[in-house]
Design a binder for this molecule. Structure first.
Ligand code: HGY
Ligand code: MN
Ligand code: MN
Length: 414
């Protein structure tokens, strides 16, 4: 299947599967995720793969190698999305991986290694506020304590997994065997403006920035908006506003640091009541872990200072951490060679966005093929990719598989 139009058709078909009527949102173990898995499972089978779903809900297709005990090269990405998402972040990588195997299957080609296409169940961490649940389970670094996390509706992760048909008790044992793996390659939109600025369709990733997510609460005192003098207030939302600006200022003046408050909730939430409580999220990233940790330290102290100055209480909790990860130079080198066959320049660039590859790199060599996206926009419905770039990416991935097979034969004499 070399037709980018079919790839775009499949991405569009997945984009229609959402848990919200008027926008694309598909979260961990939701009915929409089940429907997306069913659709993708059909494509995996059509590509000659044996299909399974693991204990946490990852969808996996296995395309056997020349012999049953062949090692495995993993391809894939994630099928979950953020809220009001674009259609390419995640699904494009899954559909491209399936297309590569479909090409082998149609030409009855077997490689000296097996290929597994993995559609991860939760990269974004929207439902339980902690990312990479699917790849962590697959890689054997899932934290069972997370099973107790509750979503906005009070449903625990464990029961969400059971209701989805998974098996929370078996997550640990379902992890893949790292000794069986050759590596992991993920095709993904860049989610940034660099490839477009350089007028290039494709690039490879040098490193994936580390990220920390924190939950912050300010507790003051609700009160009458009309009768409480300004100097007697304990306004939790004003405290949150101070911290938000402090985070932005710190990121603006620290090279390479990004800080985002994506969620905020003020209570009790009436127009004429001073907010007594404010809950906010904080997402901080940097390619250097020490810089990110220093920024978190600084913002934790700032939150305390703001609370003390205003006579409030504050709570600052890290809810997700992922260290910065270097991609495999060997796998990236092969991808780069394949890129140079079809594109005059091979650009290597860091990823500010997190990816399942950051988790997979803990157990095997991992590399990423970046695909240009319009104006670098992502995590937004206007995310868009050119069909010509998808065609180029497919060609590069097909060539990469041939090169990887040749290299594997040379090294292992198979
Ligand atoms: O948030 C991220 O960086 C990724 O898109 N999950
Ligand atoms: Mn994303
Ligand atoms: Mn993604």
């Amino acid at each position: 299947m070399n037709d980018p139009k079919e790839i775009m058709r499949r991405v569009n078909a997945l984009a229609k599967i959402s848990e919200e009527a008027d926008r694309l949102t598909r979260t961990f173990t939701s009915p929409a995720m089940r429907q997306a898995n069913q659709l993708a499972a059909g494509w995996l089978r059509q590509a000659g793969m044996k299909v399974r779903r693991d204990a946490i809900g990852n969808l996996i297709g296995h395309y056997a190698g020349e012999n049953p005990r062949s090692k495995i090269l993993l391809l894939g990405s994630h099928l979950d999305t953020v809220r009001d998402a674009g259609k390419f972040d995640g699904p494009l990588g899954v559909v491209l991986a399936i297309a590569c195997v479909e090409n082998l299957h149609r030409r009855k080609i077997r490689l000296p290694f097996a290929i597994e296409v993995v559609a991860f169940a939760d990269e974004e961490g929207v439902r339980y506020q902690t990312a990479y649940l699917g790849s962590k389970a697959f890689a054997g670094c899932f934290d069972p304590k997370d099973l107790r996390r509750k979503d906005a509706g009070g449903i625990s992760m464990a029961s969400a997994i059971e209701n989805f048909g998974g098996d929370a008790a078996k997550i640990k044992s379902a992890a893949t065997d790292p000794k069986q793996l050759i590596g992991y390659v993920e095709a993904h939109i860049e989610q940034g403006p660099v490839l477009e600025e350089k007028n290039l369709a494709l690039g490879t990733v040098t490193a994936i920035a580390g990220q920390t997510r924190a939950k912050i609460i300010f507790k003051g005192r609700a009160g009458h908006a009309g009768t409480t003098p300004m100097d007697l207030r304990k306004d939790a939302l004003c405290a949150a506003a101070e911290l938000i600006m402090a985070a932005e200022n710190l990121a603006r003046k620290t090279d390479g640091l990004v800080a985002t408050v994506g969620q905020i909730h003020a209570g009790p939430g009436a127009v004429n009541v001073i907010p007594g409580e404010a809950h906010l999220s904080l997402d901080v990233r940097h390619v250097k872990d020490s810089t990110r940790h220093a920024a978190l330290q600084r913002l934790g102290q700032t939150a305390l200072k703001i609370a003390r100055k205003r006579g409030l209480k504050s709570h600052f909790e890290i809810v997700h951490e992922a260290s910065s990860v270097a991609c495999s130079t060997t796998l990236s080198g092969l991808l780069g060679k394949a890129i140079l066959r079809r594109q005059k320049k091979w650009l290597q660039l860091p990823s500010g966005a997190g990816h399942d590859a950051a988790v997979m790199a803990k157990i095997c060599p991992a590399a990423m093929l970046f695909i240009r996206c319009k104006e670098g926009v992502s995590h937004h419905p206007s995310e868009s990719v050119k069909a010509a770039d998808v065609k180029l990416a497919l060609g590069v991935m097909n060539d990469f598989l041939q090169m990887a097979a040749e290299k594997y034969r040379q090294i292992h004499g198979v």
